[in-house]
Design a protein. Structure first.
Length: 170
């Protein structure tokens, strides 16, 4: 029997946790460190933090805040928001992030995906499409229609050519 995994997704804005409705009208709900402590007690399987304004404002991830969160976290930590270079990924890894989530850069910089995969392997990478996060083994499957979305990544990208056809995803 499959075990259900509990993976809360927490939204960050200006260093604090926010609650939104479809990523609009964010309301501050608290400090991320307190949330991590609560989820430690609940023994969740993994935590995901998404900075909902980083890409839109072209902001660098707040490495100090992420390191502070990671130091309190007793489970794997994934982070997404404003990631558009391999240097940022390296800093996030050094800060204690175990998985990175790349969304906007998937279409604008498909080579970034292959660079991450070369250095950290696929287990380190999550990819987002719209509001739906998918692990890389279902990267090209639309979670709503359950059909392949081959336009998700450019079929000419090195990542697409190297990893996806051999895994039977395309």
């Amino acid at each position: 029997m499959k075990r259900i995994r509990v993976i809360p997704v927490l939204l960050l804005q200006n260093g604090g946790l926010v609650k939104t409705i479809k990523f609009k009208k964010p309301n501050y709900i608290g400090d991320p460190i307190n949330a991590v402590k609560i989820f430690n007690e609940k023994e969740v399987d993994e935590l995901v933090f998404l900075d909902i304004e980083a890409s839109k404002l072209n902001k660098e991830p707040d490495y100090n805040k992420i390191e502070e969160i990671a130091s309190e976290c007793f489970m794997p930590l994934a982070y997404g928001g404003g990631i558009n270079s391999i240097d940022q990924v390296k800093k996030l890894y050094a800060a204690g992030v175990e998985k990175v989530i790349v969304n906007s850069a998937i279409t604008t910089q498909p080579n970034l995906i292959s660079e991450i995969a070369k250095i950290y392997d696929l287990h380190f990478l999550l990819a987002g499409k719209g509001y739906n996060l998918k692990y890389t083994d279902v990267l090209l499957r639309d979670s709503i229609t359950q059909k392949n979305s081959s336009n998700f990544l450019n079929s000419q990208s090195p990542f697409y050519k190297k990893y996806l056809p051999q895994n039977g995803i395309v």
